[in-house]
Design a protein around this ligand. Structure first.
Ligand SMILES: [Zn+2]
Ligand SMILES: [Zn+2]
Length: 162
């Protein structure tokens, strides 16, 4: 049975056959702004296992200014209710889906926190999932080290000491 999801007003409806095993809770500032929440849990599905069933004409897209390297951080949202919705470009093999959109259990749970160095001080993680700051995440994903004087940029492009 497909796993279905929808936006707040129901204009945008989609389904996936299955979710990929790895799911992340992102604490980057852009995900905070996009979701309006403390963090954004993203579930990934293969593009070939994702179907937009309704509302293609409702989906709006915002591309944020590039902070470091392309591609730009993109935000897809419903033009009627403003909920973030999945966005899939023809070049993508995978689609990222904000977990709160699912109407039933996607069958996976988050396995880590990422970009924890961008969390506001009042947000405290109370679970035991692994936590990755930018430096640790780069190492984990690409096996490379950031220079010791590297200054990350937040959503506004201003440098942030990490
Ligand atoms: Zn909507
Ligand atoms: Zn993020």
């Amino acid at each position: 049975m497909p796993i279905t999801g929808s936006c707040l007003c129901g204009s945008v409806q989609f389904e996936i056959d299955r979710a990929q095993a790895s799911s992340e809770i992102c604490h980057c500032v852009r995900c905070q702004k996009k979701s309006g929440a403390t963090a954004l849990t993203m579930i990934t599905a293969k593009a070939s296992e994702y179907r937009l069933n309704k509302g293609a004409d409702q989906i709006r897209k915002y591309s944020a200014p590039i902070l470091n390297n392309p591609p730009a951080y993109k935000s897809y949202f419903c033009g009627s209710c403003g909920s973030p919705v999945p966005g899939l470009e023809p070049s993508q093999d995978f689609v990222e889906i904000p977990a709160g959109l699912f109407d039933n259990d996607p069958g996976v749970q988050p396995d880590k926190h990422i970009f924890v160095d961008f969390m506001p001080t009042w947000n405290v993680i109370r679970d035991n999932l692994p936590q990755f700051d930018l430096r640790k995440l780069i190492k984990h994903r690409f096996g490379s080290e950031l220079p010791s004087n590297y200054a990350a940029k937040a959503h506004d492009g201003l440098p942030r000491k990490i």
